[in-house]
Write a protein that binds this ligand. Structure first.
Ligand code: GLC
Length: 423
């Protein structure tokens, strides 16, 4: 069974492999996506190490001069996606979007380097990537934390990778829709509209892009001018984990300046994460940086915080919360609390379980010795695949496949789960 799943996963990645990068899935997402590529590289490395490094190198070849790594690289034209390069108009030599995504590259590169079967070759590639990843991290603190709070904000829901989470609802209501140019969505032609964001949400996504474009994508302006500024605990945990992994790698190869800069970020960031803890919800919450209030929405972002080196007591509380979720959802980890009336088990990030998130939460729990909870998450992830195939995401109550099919990062996670299981 495991071997058949592994072969099927390889086949899916192969189908979505365009040589130097993968697309998340043909049709729905026909370009290179940032965190998809980094997480996919981890799966790829199990059978093609060279190709795994290339996946990340291709992404970083499109890093902006200011250090940002964009969320989409539009390598080739494709009419089937909206919003395409002409809407973003970022003026990059190869068109890219103008916002970023969860910075998981530092974590992925450490995985690749430490498991390398060709260490000499891996060292060369690591040395080239280290300063680029560091520049991206520093970009975050400079441009997305101008008040030096230790936590970075996102300025567009797409940056979080959790596009239509319930977390954004209130803050997103402040984003106007007047002046949005008419458009035709393409996502609903490739996937069931009931699984996708609503039209009102789409208009706001586009309004923000139009605003940033009017500011010439100048990152010294965007944060303060955006009506949407949210601090996401999961996103910050990914950044802090990547800083920690980068610091460890930098120490190993003698890049002491990078190492100490990254370590300083971690010390401040881990302390600052504590301000997002909610005793009432028993988990971390997002913070609306415009109003200064915690957002009352129990999403998976508050559990993903375990991916960073947070205090043991907080990790145990998160594990308890996951055990509680298991009583309300057959398949861990629902992206939102199923007892919340706003929960929707089929609609994208408003309830469904996603394997990439499962992977990062399980990894964080294991770091703290919480293996039993991690095992449950992995078992549920494999059951979902066996039952429903390589979907984009899954209904956590019924296990039904949702969104796109033949999904690259889902396949990559399956390979990684199987490899970790067989150890
Ligand atoms: C959706 C997801 C995002 C992902 C992208 C490509 O926008 O919300 O996390 O990176 O699709 O798979």
């Amino acid at each position: 069974m495991a071997e058949a799943l592994f072969e099927r996963a390889k086949e899916i990645i192969g189908k979505n492999d365009l040589g130097t990068y993968t697309v998340p899935t043909h049709g729905l997402y026909p370009f290179q996506w940032n965190w998809d590529s980094c997480l996919t590289a981890i799966g790829l490395a199990h059978y093609d190490e060279e190709r795994a490094w290339t996946e990340i190198e291709t992404l970083f070849a499109h890093q902006w001069d200011d250090g940002m790594v964009p969320h989409i690289v539009f390598h080739k034209e494709d009419e089937g996606y909206f919003p395409g390069p002409d809407v973003w108009a970022t003026g990059q030599p190869i068109p890219t979007s103008g916002i970023t995504q969860p910075p998981v590259a530092g974590f992925a590169v450490r995985r690749l380097y430490e498991r390398a079967r060709d260490p000499a070759r891996a060292l060369v590639r690591l040395r080239a990537l280290l300063p680029k990843i560091h520049a991206w991290h520093e970009w975050f603190y400079r441009c997305r934390d101008p008040q030096a709070t230790g936590l970075v904000a996102v300025i567009h829901p797409w940056e979080t990778g959790r596009d239509n989470s319930i977390d954004w609802d209130e803050a997103f209501d402040r984003v106007p829709t007047e002046g949005v140019l008419p458009f035709t969505r393409r996502d609903t032609q490739h996937a069931n509209p009931d699984h996708r964001p609503t039209q009102a949400q789409y208009e706001r996504y586009i309004w923000l892009i139009q605003l940033f474009r009017s500011l010439n994508w100048d990152n010294s302006q965007l944060h303060d001018n955006s009506p949407f500024r949210v601090v996401d605990p999961g996103f910050n945990a990914i950044l802090l984990r990547s800083c920690a992994d980068l610091a460890a790698l930098a120490e190993e190869v003698g890049e002491t300046e990078i190492a100490s800069a990254a370590r300083a970020r971690i010390a401040t960031g881990i302390d600052a994460l504590e301000t997002l803890w909610s005793e009432e919800f028993g988990q971390y919450l997002c913070l609306d940086r415009v109003t200064g209030d915690l957002i009352e929405s129990a999403s998976v972002a508050g559990l993903l915080a375990v991916f960073a080196d947070i205090p043991d007591s907080r990790c145990r509380a998160v594990a308890g919360r996951i055990a509680w979720l298991k009583e309300h959802a057959a398949y861990l980890v629902p992206s939102h609390d199923p007892t919340d009336p706003r929960f929707d088990g089929a609609r994208y990030w408003r309830g469904p379980s996603w394997l990439i998130v499962n992977y990062m939460i399980a990894d964080g729990l294991r770091q703290k010795g919480l293996d039993r909870t991690a095992d449950k998450i992995v078992q549920d992830s494999i059951s979902l695949i066996e039952q429903s195939g390589f979907a984009e995401y899954y209904d956590p109550i019924s296990g039904a496949p949702c969104g796109g099919t033949s999904f690259t990062w889902t396949a990559a996670m399956v390979i990684e789960f199987l490899a970790l299981e067989s150890r």
